[in-house]
Design a protein around this ligand. Structure first.
Ligand SMILES: *Cc1c(COP(=O)(O)O)cnc(C)c1O
Length: 375
């Protein structure tokens, strides 16, 4: 019997009546794209994370594009980000013709290192070839980086902060919720994210009224007073009504699922102590546990041992972005961002979702003990 890495079927069984009813209403009213569910979802999301504006859209990647386009990011601009993230983070910068400047990560949180960030901003500024414009930090695996420091650095250099909370929505930092930690924040509702729909979806958040207005316009082909009045170059980043309907159902149980994820993480921490390096959560932060990621020098042996028992493992990420083939043109070499590279060689993620069989952390611990005895 193998267990699923993410169990969306059990969640569906729990919500079946509610989800089917909401989808049924969409099928009946017929406004399949940007229907009445979108406004309802946006109000709920804004309430949930405390940002004044929530703008639903077609994916987490499009949300990043909309955020960057709101700042007119383009050729000649430098945007500082982490190499240890899903490719889409840096891809959005590059797709607009701007240059991602990769900054190494903190060894314990796996998030962008504010000390290295300050150095990188100085370096690019002195070099003079690019205009420093913004910082795009990622709440990796569900944990926010140090936004107080990042926002201070940004303010002193005149940069914007775009929070990529695709893995972080539902987490918090010093009493504030992910989605409200940057000037603009984004999330993804891809099915496997902690809050996911049944296809692609995303959202942009901001408390700045004029940025919100621009993002709303960019989302539908740069619309002005109506969609046939085009006042700027935008994209098609609309959300489907069915996806909003699914999210409205799932939001009802999201706080409960957050508690379940936290409980599981605590069980993992306890069971795995001394067997692998367990996640570090700084004081005053809460993770949404998009992933439960650990470090070990024996990763491949462990993955094999767990696979024999039907327990899936994922490796996020084997290749940091600065070494991916797509970014070869930027000229990074192995060794340039040593913490990211060392982390990529040792990290792996264990299943964590609210519908996991009880006792799995202990079962994994015992498999690891046996595997360690054999090495
Ligand atoms: C998933 C993810 C994205 C992209 O979201 P999509 O909805 O798949 O487009 C962007 N950034 C990070 C960090 C992600 O994990």
């Amino acid at each position: 019997m193998s267990i699923p890495f993410v169990d969306l079927k059990s969640q569906y069984r729990r919500l079946q009546t509610s989800i089917n009813a909401r989808i049924g209403r969409v099928l009946e009213h017929g406004a399949y794209v940007m229907g009445p569910e979108i406004g309802e979802l946006e109000a709920r999301l804004s309430e949930f994370c405390g940002a004044r504006h929530a703008i639903a859209c077609s994916s987490g990647t499009d949300a990043l594009l909309l955020g960057l386009m709101a700042y007119d990011i383009g050729p000649g601009d430098a945007v500082f980000t982490t190499p240890f993230t899903f490719f889409a983070t840096a891809e959005a910068i590059a797709l607009l013709g701007a240059t991602p400047v990769f900054v190494d990560i903190d060894r314990r949180t796996f998030n962008i290192d504010p000390d290295r960030l300050e150095e990188a901003i100085d370096r690019v500024r002195q070099d003079g070839r690019l205009t420093v414009r913004g910082i795009l930090p990622v709440n990796l695996f569900g944990l926010a980086p140090d936004y107080d420091r990042i926002n201070r650095i940004a303010a002193s250099s005149g940069l914007f902060v775009l929070e990529d909370a695709a893995q972080g929505f539902g987490g918090s930092y010093k009493g504030r919720d992910a989605g409200s930690l940057g000037d603009v924040s984004t999330t993804s509702f891809f099915p496997a994210k902690p809050l996911g729909c049944y296809g692609d979806g995303g959202a942009v958040f901001t408390s700045d009224d004029s940025l919100a207005e621009k993002i709303i316009s960019l989302r539908i082909h740069g619309m002005g007073a109506d969609k046939y009045d085009n006042v700027r170059i935008g994209i098609n980043a609309r959300m489907d009504s069915i996806q909003a309907a699914v999210l409205l159902s799932k939001l009802e149980i999201f706080p409960d699922e957050i508690r379940q994820r936290q409980r599981l993480a605590e069980q993992y921490d306890k069971a795995l102590e001394g067997l692998v390096e367990t996640p570090y959560i700084p004081e005053g932060y809460t993770s949404i546990w998009a992933q439960y990621s650990v470090l070990s020098d024996h990763r491949e042996i462990i993955i094999e041992a767990l696979a024999e028992h039907g327990i899936p493992v994922a490796v996020y990420y084997r290749t940091p972005c600065h070494l991916s083939a797509a970014f070869a043109y930027l000229g990074y070499e192995p060794g340039d961002l040593p913490v990211s590279e060392a982390t990529a060689n040792r990290i792996f993620s264990l299943p964590i979702h609210p519908y996991l069989e009880s006792g799995l952390p202990e079962r994994i611990a015992s498999i690891l003990r046996t595997a360690a005895a054999g090495t």
